[in-house]
Ligand binder design. Sequence first.
Ligand code: BES
Ligand code: ZN
Ligand code: ZN
Length: 503
Amino acid sequence: MDIRVTAGDITQSDADVVIVNLFEGVASPGGATGAMDRALDGAISKLIELGDLRGKSGEFVTIHTFGKIPAPRVVVAGLGKREDFDIDAVRNLAANVLRHVRKPGVSRVATIVHGAGIAGLDPAACAQAIAEGALLGTYRFERHKAKTNNNDEKAEISELTIVEHDQSKVAVMQEAVERGKALAAATNFARDLANEPSNHLTPTELAARATAMVNSAGGLEIEVLEREDMERKGMGSLLSVAKGSHQPPKLVRISYRGREGDGYDLAFVGKGITFDTGGISIKPAAGMEAMKADMTGAASVIAAMQAIAALKPKVNVVAVAPCTENMPGGGASKPGDVVTAMNGRTIEILNTDAEGRLVLADAICYAKELGAQHIVDVATLTGAVSIALGDVCYAVLTNNDELATKVERAAAAAGEKTWRLPMFKEYDELLKSDVADIKNVGTRGAGTIAGAKFLEPFAEGTPWVHLDIAGVDMSDKDKGWVTKGASGYSVRTLVNLALQWGA
Ligand code: BES
Ligand code: ZN
Ligand code: ZN
């Protein structure tokens, strides 16, 4: 989709659909919607008077224009109550309205800048949110579908024009659109990876797609560690998960340097289990297919690097993605096994389905060896996080409040909700092992906290934040910027964090 900001009068647009808006409770619209109302001989005010248009959030009313203006259709989008309207609402509205108007014959869409008028939001921020919402909301994963005869499934919006009446704002708005496009493209790249079935997206293929991205993005450097490299580095924890699979593990490292000097201000570490059967502690059959997306952490950190390369913040960032299958093959780890991680810590594996923390342990050690000063890991780590938080927000756990606050601010700017869970030292008891330094599962509740508590000692005091995205990584429906399938949660949070760090 091509997205452009132009100055002009929206009533003169010749797009296939023109979108204007209305707040709840407004009897006679002003601004661009008012101008459209006059061009349509009062049709909008008449619909309000009739009660057929109320400005409620989620309401879309189509008006056919029959030659009164160049565009054949106008859609009036309800914005809801003015006091509830914010940038997140702009992003979600753009997504919802474009899905609503998408059909055969609608290829060019023009819209006014929702929110910049009477809601008083920053026009550039609105433009960025519209670009993000448009590109995220119209995402579909159709790689494995036959070319369909269903016209609705084929329909694509090729052009979105954001019409602003004030010429002096166009340049800064277009710049914001470009930022939104980079953020959305990275998120859609992560979605493509996570939606891919595990027989297509093996660790080898994941590394190949990361390499292809790095080659086309420019400004990034990639290294892929093989099993022998991991053996040499003593990554016994990561290798213990890979042992049960015929697919070779890969550890992907992608570096971006936006400032002079060594080390990395930020390390993004992402869980890359391309399929999680549970291993010998095998999962029940029902719903196991969702475990093809147990690599959304890896997808997020890899994809975030694409946007960081495009937006060039003045910060050094490294992404580390330990990628493997978790399979119950003849070589698989067994409950009770003890393995040694890269930093020498011994781990008693009591449940082979708690494999995410095992691969992250070595990846966190590796990030530290690379010179990471702050670490953010992203993982579909626990089913427990869905019990606690559902699909509304993801969990943030940390050894450093300052870093966590920065991550939470970056998430809020992305329209991603987060919730902090506690890391009281009492929870350390959960993971005390009789035979090793730590065991990989707790005994009772607090499953998400136990997962974070397992990871904490591998950060060894380096400021670290753990994001458990297992509740939000997949969606069963389209809703605002989130589309069915892989959601792409955390990609824009990571990119925003790098942008804020470099600002
Ligand atoms: N990949 C799962 C967590 C998960 C569950 C992600 C549902 C997305 C949806 C993880 O590897 C796992 O199996 N965790 C176990 C941990 C337990 C054995 C301590 C879990 O949550 O049951
Ligand atoms: Zn598991
Ligand atoms: Zn898993």
